[in-house]
Design a protein around this ligand. Structure first.
Ligand SMILES: CC(C)(COP(=O)(O)OP(=O)(O)OC[C@H]1O[C@@H](n2cnc3c(N)ncnc32)[C@H](O)[C@@H]1OP(=O)(O)O)[C@@H](O)C(=O)NCCC(=O)NCCS
Length: 181
């Protein structure tokens, strides 16, 4: 019989960051961050320019997704400032998909790695997942570096429609398995 775990919706602290479960109040900041084409062009499902109503609808669904166990999404905070989002979504059984995006000012400081590493610990140790997939556009070298540092291995590439770019792109596709103790 399948049982649904009930996981407390609380924040995760890392050395330099706080991962806080997202809410509709994050809409404005997220729209600001996604107003930067350098950020949004790398996201598969985001539209450009960002549509605040759609973003609000998206954030408004996160509490329900968490309760269902279909996605765990966190705002990444540095001090008082929300600098991005890290999430695992598309959860079916014990597998999910990792994603992350940061405002440009926060790039190059190891924050994506630090946030994603903490979320991976949460989904593997607390949420019962045992495998993750992820991917990046073939021209997103920084994201490939983040995934490799996290222990992901590239297993292939595939064609995907990028809503932001309005064209088909090549996505490099990765997997990570939980290591048994
Ligand atoms: C991808 C992204 C999340 C990376 O965030 P970040 O906090 O800068 O990443 P980190 O600092 O943890 O690590 C970046 C790594 O990539 C390397 N890197 C950065 N830009 C690079 C480039 N153009 N070419 C090669 N390597 C690059 C860095 O040197 C670092 O590696 P190192 O630790 O070995 O030095 C950030 O650039 C971003 O939000 N981009 C827009 C949205 C996005 O691409 N999301 C992911 C979609 S798949």
């Amino acid at each position: 019989m399948m049982t649904t775990r009930s996981i407390h919706r609380s924040s995760i602290e890392t050395a330099r960051l706080r991962l806080r479960p997202t809410s509709a109040a994050d809409t404005k900041r997220a729209s600001e961050i996604q107003s930067d084409w350098a950020v949004t062009r790398m996201l598969n499902n985001a539209s450009y320019p960002p549509n605040e109503n759609n973003i609000k609808d998206w954030f408004s669904s996160h509490q329900r997704e968490w309760a269902e166990g279909s996605a765990y999404r966190f705002a990444i905070e540095q001090g008082e400032r929300m600098i991005g989002v890290v999430d695992v979504d598309g959860i079916v059984g014990s597998a999910g998909s990792l994603g992350y995006w940061l405002e440009r000012e926060a790039w190059g400081k190891g924050y994506a790695f630090e946030a994603a590493q903490a979320l991976i610990g949460f989904v593997f140790n607390d949420a019962g997942l045992s495998s993750l997939e992820s991917g990046h556009a073939s021209d997103n070298t920084a994201s490939g570096r983040v995934l490799t540092k996290l222990g992901f291995r590239q297993v292939g590439s595939r064609e995907l429609f990028s809503r932001a770019r309005c064209e088909t792109i090549v996505q490099c596709f990765y997997v990570l398995e939980r290591q048994m103790p």
